[in-house]
Structures are given as structure tokens and as C-alpha cells.
Unconditional design. Structure first.
Length: 289
């Protein structure tokens, strides 16, 4: 419920309070008038005329009339005839006022609870947006391998706004058949640790084929040239900052085919790139994380 609806509900409650007050004032006025008439009647009845010596005191005082003994009957019958006539209706209206008042109050309570929930969600979203904007963001990139392969260089850069702490970087290189996806996280591989990486800074480490730094064989070069194989380089970054623990998975691939009709099943490598918070995905030697 928006602010306009809440204001309308408060106006309804104000009008209902006014109506309830008028009903109470009418009932109180009638009761007060009745009491005043009753007091006047009692005063008339108790008033006595001074004794006249010419009057025989043995004569009993005359009995008061029915009207005198019940002085409030006539006024009661004449005062507020419409109020007496519509009393049941007024009582029903009073119950209705209470029901409406209660309903509007409950509606306002639910409206307030919903507004508080929305405010909490907005605060949570704003806090999350602040963390995304201000946190550390690490990105990994690599040089392209050549046929005269002697290894590639992995570069880790902090693109965020605060330092990255306790970074662990792992990288892998794999020769993959053109109709297959990378196996991901095969051994051997290269890795490096960085204690702190400030915003805008970067660190590098080498990645060699099969962990020995050997060059491509002639058979592998022929597979590249004919489009029967491609190279995939992938890895994982684990780091932390003032907002908690984060991770990043990266993968890039390259083919060397001269065949324009060659196709490569590299979709899994493209989909492998993603980031997250907390503990990184679990992986083993032959399992996609």
C-alpha cells in the first residue's frame, strides 16, 4: 500500500472517530438532561408552603398526582424522539464503525509491515551493489601459444577498488581434439601464490606444456593445421578481501587450422568462465567443476 492509500485510510479513521464522538455526545446530553429534570422534580416535591393559622392542620395533605410523582415521564417521552426511534439503527452503526475502524487499522498494520519488508530488501540490494562496486576483482589472461611452443605467461590483474588478499592461482594447458571439450584440471599444471595484490597491480607466472616446457610435436602441429585439434588454457583464482572470499574460473582457446570448414567443440570452454563468492566449486582431475 502506497503513501496515498495510507493517507486515505487515516482520513477514514478520523471521520469514524468524529462520528463516534457525536454519538457519545448525544447520549451524554440526553442523560444529563434527564438528571437535571429529575433534580428539578425532587426540588418541587420537597418545597413546602408556610403554614396558615386559618387552615385546619388536621386536614391531610392532598396526594400528589401521577404526573407529579413521576415528573420525568413526560419529558423523557418528549426529549429526543428521533434518537429514541433510531436507537437500534445507531447501535448497529456503532458496531459498523468499530468493524470499519478495526479493518482499516489492520490494513494499515499490514501496509506498514510490507513497507518495512520492502525497505529491508532495498537496503540489502544497496549493500550488495556497494560490495560489487567496491570489492576486489581479479582477472586472468594469457599470451597466445605459438608453434614454437616454449610456454605461455599467465597474468593476474586486480581490476577492483580494494586489495586482493591471499590469492591462489592455478592454470592448465591442454591439447584437445576438435570434437571434444576440455577435460579441465588435468595434471600437471602451474600455480602461484600472491600475498597481496593492490588495485591496478598485476602478477605473472609461466605455464608450460606437460609441466616440462617441451615444444609441440610434429604430430600435434599437423593436428592443429588440419583442424583436428585446438589448444585450451584454463584455470582458477581464489582470493579474499574485506568483504569475504571470492573465486574466478577462466578459460580461453585457440586453433591454428588453415581449413575454413573446420569446427571445434569449444562451447564448454566459453561456458567455463564465471565468478562467485565463498568456497569455490569442487573439482578433481577429470571433473568439470
Amino acid at each position: 500500500m502506497d503513501k496515498q492509500a495510507q493517507d486515505f485510510g487515516r482520513q477514514i479513521i478520523s471521520r469514524l472517530d468524529d462520528l463516534k464522538g457525536l454519538i457519545h455526545e448525544a447520549a451524554a446530553f440526553k442523560q444529563k438532561e434527564r438528571e437535571e429534570r429529575h433534580k428539578q422534580a425532587e426540588g418541587s416535591a420537597n418545597h413546602k408552603t408556610p403554614a396558615d393559622p386559618r387552615i385546619n392542620r388536621s386536614v391531610p395533605d392532598p396526594q400528589p398526582s401521577i404526573a407529579e410523582s413521576n415528573p420525568t415521564t413526560a419529558p423523557e417521552q418528549k426529549s429526543f424522539p428521533l434518537l429514541r426511534k433510531f436507537k437500534p439503527l445507531i447501535e448497529v452503526m456503532g458496531v459498523g464503525v468499530i468493524v470499519i475502524y478495526t479493518s482499516v487499522t489492520i490494513a494499515l498494520w499490514f501496509s506498514s509491515a510490507e513497507a518495512n519488508r520492502i525497505a529491508r530488501e532495498a537496503l540489502k540490494t544497496a549493500s550488495k551493489s556497494f560490495q560489487i562496486e567496491q570489492r576486489a576483482w581479479l582477472k586472468a589472461s594469457n599470451t597466445a601459444p605459438s608453434f614454437a611452443f616454449s610456454g605461455v605467461t599467465i597474468t593476474v590483474e586486480n581490476l577492483g577498488k580494494i586489495p586482493a588478499l591471499n590469492t591462489r592461482a592455478d592454470a592448465f594447458i591442454e591439447i584437445v581434439n576438435n570434437n571434444q571439450a576440455p577435460r579441465f584440471f588435468v595434471t600437471p599444471h602451474a600455480g602461484s601464490d600472491f600475498t597481496i595484490l593492490f588495485p591496478g597491480d598485476h602478477q605473472t607466472f609461466p605455464l608450460a606444456l606437460s609441466g616440462t616446457g617441451r615444444q609441440f610435436t610434429q604430430s600435434e602441429i599437423d593436428s592443429f593445421a588440419t583442424g583436428r585439434a585446438y589448444v585450451a588454457i584454463y584455470g582458477r583464482l581464489i582470493y579474499s578481501d574485506n568483504f569475504g572470499k571470492h573465486w574466478s574460473l577462466f578459460c580461453s582457446w585457440r586453433d591454428y587450422s588453415s581449413n575454413p570448414n573446420a569446427t571445434f567443440d569449444a562451447d564448454a570452454c566459453v561456458a567455463f568462465n564465471r565468478v562467485g563468492d565463498g568456497e569455490p566449486p569442487k573439482w578433481d582431475e577429470h571433473q568439470h567443476p
